[in-house]
Ligand binder design. Structure first.
Ligand code: AOF
Ligand code: ZN
Length: 364
């Protein structure tokens, strides 16, 4: 793409540097919850003199890293930040004060921080200190980057997405397994991005084990296994959390799962009735922003959970993959609660071609 740094049209410049902020922020994808992904660049005389991103909750914010990188050059420079600089003491001190102290002349902000502790107070503080502030540059891009964080801030619940694969003839497909977690693949990318993934115990077998992303150094989401009722089978050989990930089992009294010796060392939560609200509340308490409901084939005990999520409007996104496969009808006559074609039309979902599959992505 063309980079018009010297054209003198301020808004072209602004959007270029904001896109760079978003690119930097993405470096930490899947690692910042409950905090957002944030990137910052310091620009002086048309040159980037400092860059930074927020790596992890508890560590300094993007602005602090970028200011450090810029050193004295930050004086009279313009700071671009994908999220409004904070004005509160959280785990870290306010970024507004760091920007003021560094004597930047101007701050360009991608989006207002939906956190009620900030919510424009950061912008107000900068303006009160005589700094020129421009807001909402590449706002859609910045919001898209942090849709889970924004959702959590506005609703108090982690963002919930449903993913599943169907065959060309509309059968929920059981073909995840090996290929699905290929490095760089669609599913692998989801595992990088989401803070937790929910699986059904009946979808686990020795050929289909708990998914882990194979990207080198990738984020591994919290793995949540649902073991519901007496059909729950958790005698999967070597059911463990995996190297860098945690495993938790949500179960009910009927399943008898807690008594299974093979599950030692894995956290088990027994609920009277397994329900999505309880699971989301647990995830929130763990500081998670996003949860992926992974609906794999033959997950009989899982259907209730999916149905409940759809009926109670708890889903924010569906990610449906149509595989170039023909699957024979299975014995149960169950029809899936979502008709893909109808939803696609109704919600104007855009299919994306990925490898040899089509992925539908959109908001409910
Ligand atoms: C920024 N830049 O890079 C981030 C911000 O506990 P703390 O101190 O890390 O504060 C967390 C809150 O600060 C978080 O909820 C969000 O409102 C904001 N995150 N702000 O100026 C950053 N990560
Ligand atoms: Zn901050």
């Amino acid at each position: 793409h063309s980079v018009r740094v010297h054209c003198g049209m301020a808004d072209h410049d602004d959007s270029f540097y904001m896109r760079r902020c978003v690119e930097l922020a993405r470096t930490a994808i899947g690692r910042t919850s409950p905090n957002p992904l944030v990137g910052c660049v310091i620009v002086k005389d048309g040159k980037i003199v400092g860059e930074g991103f927020h790596p992890k909750a508890g560590q300094p914010h993007a602005e602090v890293f970028a200011l450090r990188d810029a050193g004295n050059l930050a004086e009279n420079a313009t700071a671009y930040v994908s999220l409004e600089p904070c004005n509160h003491f959280g785990r870290t001190p306010p970024c507004t004060e760091a920007l003021i102290k560094a004597k930047v002349r101007k701050v360009v902000v991608g989006m207002v921080d939906p956190n009620p502790l900030v919510a424009s107070k950061g912008i107000d503080r900068l303006r009160a200190a005589g700094i020129e502030v421009t807001v909402r540059v590449e706002e859609a891009l910045c919001k898209n980057l942090n849709e889970a964080f924004i959702h959590l801030m506005l609703t108090g619940k982690p963002l919930l997405s449903l993913r599943y694969s169907i065959s060309l003839n509309g059968q929920i497909s059981d073909h995840l397994g090996e290929g699905a977690t290929d490095s760089g693949g669609y599913y692998s990318k989801l595992l990088q991005e989401y803070d937790a993934v929910i699986l059904s115990s009946t979808s686990l077998s020795d050929k289909l084990s708990l998914p882990t992303s194979r990207e080198p150094g990738a984020n591994q989401p919290l793995q949540i296994v649902i073991a519901r009722g007496s059909n729950a089978k958790l005698e999967v050989p070597g059911l463990t959390a995996g190297v860098n990930s945690k495993l938790i089992i949500f179960t009910d009294k009927e399943s008898g799962v807690e008594s299974k010796a093979s599950l030692q060392g894995v956290e088990t939560v027994i609920l009277d009735q397994i329900n999505m609200n309880a699971i989301l509340d647990y995830c929130k308490r763990q500081g998670l922003c996003s949860v992926l409901l992974d609906f794999t084939g033959n997950a009989y005990d899982f259907e209730e959970l999916v149905k409940e999520s759809v009926e109670q409007n708890m889903l924010q996104k569906v990610l449906v993959e149509i595989l170039p496969l023909w699957c024979e009808r299975n014995d149960r006559n169950a029809s899936f609660p979502l008709n893909v074609a109808e939803v696609r039309k109704m919600k104007n979902l855009q299919p994306k071609i990925f490898d040899r599959s089509i992925i539908l992505e959109g908001h409910l």
